[in-house]
Design a protein around this ligand. Structure first.
Ligand code: SF4
Ligand code: SF4
Length: 444
């Protein structure tokens, strides 16, 4: 049975997942240099433990977590450590990154020690910190912090988020299709750690669900088989965007009644995306830290659409050259077409929370005209905001008033911009307003 959404607004978008959904994961080679962020916005900066000029092996720890919510960082390649430089992350923020030169280096896995952890929540946190595992989705934060918050709040649900409702992005579905047994193994580990109850909604104790869109048939079949006999149930959801936003997902599955953009962990609902569970399984059972991830490369500006396994820190420019660019390629979006961050040149690097690279030949952007007050943006807004009003306030420099109109509740899904018949860049303006608040130290 396919469950329908449990939130206001949202939209059924054109289904273009078919472009890459059936394409097997391919490896992207190691290029001459990688830029490994020491702070990718998911828990604070890690402090370098290696010096410039030092040789490192793939999987070797190069920076250790510097605060309670942070994680270690590992070299995704074998190479020679260079300087630490400031690089621009997808959202434009400048962060320190370690440059590693791989020229003339034979790529081999480091033979580091493999710790063992006790099967309880502190053991899980230790494993996440050791292996460098964060929420591997766009905007994803510290998974360590989420586990702590959810257990403190009295854990009721563990939800594995494989929903992926944004157009063009299929990396999670593909991972679930090809690595279902590793993901199921990670699920059972979580069931053990949190003493989840099996046996359906009426059973006592916290429960586990793995959710994905009903349209992802291959992933559904593979995960259904892999989870058989375990304590996680499978939930097939309607293909409504942005169903994968954590609070909205929690509302659909558990009737948690959360505001869009709020943190489900504070209500005892721990949401972990499927890629992070895959990474957890690899760390716990194979002693492999997180050094690579699967991304979807798509869009009408590339020659070879597909799902690719890529080392963390790989430059977008190298990926773009590898997959081939069509002469018309002109926009490079880190992430999907709705939530991603676009650039006119292939710039930036892959961090743990980048799900895709969308290369477009042109953006169908028509000249914005005045708002006609149709109300479509408000109707579709899953956060129940008034995007037109926010736009006007920010345009007029009244970010303070926009903050009072719940600017910070925007989950940056981009639906308002998509539906606006006046082609107003609503999300861009809202992001600008949030950025101003951060700059002035007033949250967001
Ligand atoms: S981008 Fe923000 S304001 Fe626009 S529809 Fe999404 S949540 Fe609402
Ligand atoms: S969708 Fe566009 S035109 Fe319609 S009310 Fe919103 S901002 Fe105005």
């Amino acid at each position: 049975m396919v469950r329908h959404k449990g939130f206001p607004g949202g939209a059924i978008l054109p289904n273009d997942k078919g472009l890459s959904e059936g394409l097997e994961i391919q490896d992207i080679p190691v290029f001459s240099t990688v830029q490994v962020a020491l702070d990718d916005g998911a828990g604070g900066r890690a402090e370098a433990t290696v010096q410039a000029g030092q040789k490192v092996s793939c999987g070797e720890c190069i920076a250790s977590a510097a605060n309670a919510d942070g994680v270690n960082v590992h070299s995704p390649v074998s190479g020679q450590v260079g300087q630490i430089e400031q690089i621009a992350l997808a959202d434009g923020s400048q962060k320190p990154a370690m440059i590693i030169d791989t020229s003339d280096q034979k790529q081999s896995e480091g033979a580091g020690e493999r710790p063992s952890w006790k099967v309880y929540s502190e053991g899980l946190i230790k494993c996440l910190r050791w292996a460098g595992i964060t929420q591997m989705q766009l905007g994803g934060g510290s998974l360590v912090a989420e586990v702590r918050k959810a257990t403190k709040a009295g854990l009721r649900w563990v939800i594995i988020n494989g929903v992926e409702s944004e157009p063009l992005i299929t990396c999670e579905s593909r991972l679930m299709s090809e690595c279902s047994s590793e993901i199921a193994q990670g699920c059972e580990l979580l069931a053990e750690v949190f003493a989840l109850a099996g046996g359906g909604e009426k059973s006592a104790g916290p429960r586990g669900i793995l959710a994905l869109c009903g349209g992802r048939r291959q992933a559904l079949g593979a995960m259904g088989k892999a989870l058989q006999g375990g304590r996680f149930r499978l939930a097939a959801l309607a293909d409504v965007y942005p169903q994968d936003e954590e609070a909205l997902l929690a509302n659909t599955l558990t009737n948690a009644g959360l505001r869009a953009g709020s943190d489900p962990a504070e209500a005892g609902v721990l949401v972990i995306n499927a890629s992070s569970v895959w990474a957890l399984s690899q760390a716990w059972y194979q002693g492999k830290p997180l050094t690579e991830r699967v991304i979807t490369v798509s869009g009408d500006g590339t020659e070879r659409i597909g799902n690719y396994r890529v080392r963390i820190g790989t430059r977008v420019q190298d990926i773009a050259e590898h997959v081939g660019l069509l002469p018309e390629a002109s926009v490079y979006i880190l992430g999907g077409p709705f939530r991603g961050w676009g650039r006119e040149k292939p710039q930036g690097v892959i961090t743990k929370n980048i799900t895709g690279l969308t290369i477009l030949s042109k953006v169908d952007r028509q000249r914005p005209v005045a708002c006609i007050r149709c109300g479509w943006c408000s109707d579709d807004c899953p956060a129940e905001l008034e995007p037109a009003r926010l736009y006007q306030l920010i345009e007029a420099g009244r970010v303070d008033k926009a903050q009072k109109a719940f600017l910070e509740d925007c989950i940056e899904c981009g639906l308002c911009s998509y539906v606006c018949p006046s082609h107003l860049p609503l999300l861009e303006k809202i992001r600008l307003g949030k950025w101003s608040l951060r700059k002035e130290g007033r949250k967001a």
